[in-house]
Ligand binder design. Structure first.
Ligand code: ADP
Length: 472
């Protein structure tokens, strides 16, 4: 079951409102509902604390007990009576006047309880007493204690319990105002925050719709919020990528149609020549048939590249780890290129003591074919290509160099991209799909082999890769 959809504004408002209501509820609970209970607990804790201090002082035999007692009573706002075993008053402090009930225990029917504490029947007594005449209430505390001389006495304390009715009424009316203000503020803040948040998202969504329709020009702005900024950045990046792919796609279609058309025209022209002109001249016919076959080969190579890329065949390819002599492989491949390109000077330089390497043989041959055929295609007027072998303790580095126009610094990182073809080189009748180097990159990367290209404009380019030597 899909979740019901809600807007950001609604969610933020609901969350903030819930939080505000919870805060208001908490305020009402503590300030109104539990106010009395809370006050009584506080007073009881306070009277017990004061009692504890006085008892400790008696038990300790304090030298200045009387002033200590006064201070305790004053700081806690209580009155105090200390009686001996015979109910005789030892100390009396009254700072509450008529609110003090312990100075006439009989009147408040507490003498019975006091006697129990005095006689030791009970250790402590805490009670809430009410003055019917003045309609006041007080908390009374009595605790027995024995001083250092072994004399037993009782500490009696009285704390007033103020009526909280009027305080609670004041708080109630204040809380009503506070609650209303809090709810209104919550609604205003949530509305403002939601607008601030949803605005960039809305704008991004609008522009993303244009992106879906193929408009890659939109510039996304996250509105200074980290998450939306990240989203905008991702979309900007995607738009750039998509527009690049689109540009490359257009270029590819143009290139491929051009490259398909050239050999097709040649094939047609030569086939017509054989049909209409050459007739039974075997030598000429064979020459022309040779052209048709080589043009058909070009077409086949181009179509194979396209099929390979479209199926992404290399991603499923299994790379074998085989040992083979790379110098031998290079020499074989160069011989083949030399026989099909007799005008070109293809040389192999560099001596290796041990040229046996470990890698996937077929894919390395493919890489060499690509590098050498590119070098032949782009080498220019002097038609020379050289393959250099360099040996270290653990590796053999193979470099394919040409002496063509070279590649500009800006283009150098792009040539490995799928479908990329230099604008400079495409002016020349070089057949290609812009896929060769991207296939090479895939083959070498998947085998974790180092590779790269360097170029100097006007002086030529060098494409290289390194192979690990076979470990003995
Ligand atoms: P293509 O089929 O176009 O040769 P590649 O992927 O093999 O495709 O090469 C991509 C582009 O890199 C080429 O179009 C060309 O512009 C550039 N390039 C590759 N090799 C060389 C080279 N040896 N010299 C100059 N440019 C090169």
């Amino acid at each position: 079951m899909s979740k019901p959809k809600t807007t950001i504004t609604w969610r933020i408002s609901a969350t903030l409102l819930c939080y505000t209501l919870f805060t208001v509820l908490l305020l009402w609970a503590f300030q109104i509902m539990f106010l009395n209970k809370y006050y009584n607990i506080m007073q009881k804790t306070s009277i017990e604390n004061a009692g504890g201090k006085i008892i400790a002082s008696i038990a300790r035999g304090s030298d200045d007990f009387e002033s200590e007692l006064e201070q305790i009573c004053f700081s806690h706002g209580m009155c105090c009576l200390i009686l001996d075993e015979n109910e005789q008053e030892l100390y009396s402090i009254d700072m509450m006047g008529r609110n003090c009930m312990i100075h006439s225990p009989a009147k408040y029917s507490m003498s019975g309880q006091l006697l129990k504490v005095l006689s030791g029947e009970e250790q402590e007594y805490v009670a809430r007493l009410r003055d019917k005449h003045f309609k006041t209430e007080a908390l009374v505390y009595a605790h027995a204690v024995t001083n250092q001389n072994g004399e037993r006495m009782v500490v009696v304390l009285n704390a007033a319990l103020e009526p909280l009715g009027s305080t609670s009424e004041i708080l109630k009316s204040q809380l009503k105002i506070i609650s209303a203000v809090l709810v209104i503020c919550a609604l205003l803040i949530s509305n403002f925050a939601a607008k601030k948040l949803s605005q960039p998202i809305r704008k991004i969504t609008e522009k993303a719709k244009r992106l879906a329709k193929g408009d890659y020009t939109a510039d996304y702005d996250g509105g200074g919020i980290m998450e939306t900024d990240e989203l905008a950045e991702t979309l900007n990046f995607s738009a750039q990528g998509l527009s690049k792919v689109e540009e490359l796609r257009r270029e590819l279609v143009a290139n491929v149609s051009h490259d398909l058309k050239t050999p097709l025209t040649m094939i047609k022209a030569y086939a017509e020549m054989i049909r209409d002109l050459t007739g039974d001249d075997k030598v000429k016919r064979d020459e022309q048939l040779e052209v048709i076959v080589s043009e058909a080969d070009r077409l086949t190579a181009l179509v194979s590249d396209l099929i390979r890329i479209s199926r992404d065949e290399d991603s499923e390819r299994i790379f074998r780890s085989e040992s083979f002599d790379i110098a031998e492989m290079i020499s074989d491949i160069c011989k083949r290129f030399a026989s099909t390109n007799p005008d070109y000077k293809i040389t192999v330089t560099g001596e290796c003591k041990n040229a046996v390497v470990t890698a996937d043989r077929e894919s390395i041959a493919q890489v060499l074919y690509n590098f050498i055929s590119n070098a032949i295609n782009y080498t220019g007027e002097n038609k020379s290509v050289s393959v250099l072998l360099e040996e270290t303790d653990s590796e053999i580095k193979v470099s394919v160099k040409d002496s063509g126009k070279g590649i500009s610094d800006e283009e150098l990182p792009l040539i490995w991209e799928r479908y990329y073809r230099s604008r400079n080189t495409h002016q020349r009748p070089v057949a290609g799909s812009g896929l060769g180097l991207s296939i090479v990159r895939g083959l070498l990367t998947k085998q974790n082999l180092r590779f790269g290209a360097s170029s100097e404009q006007g002086a030529g380019s060098c494409f290289w890769f390194c192979l690990p030597k076979k470990t003995q």
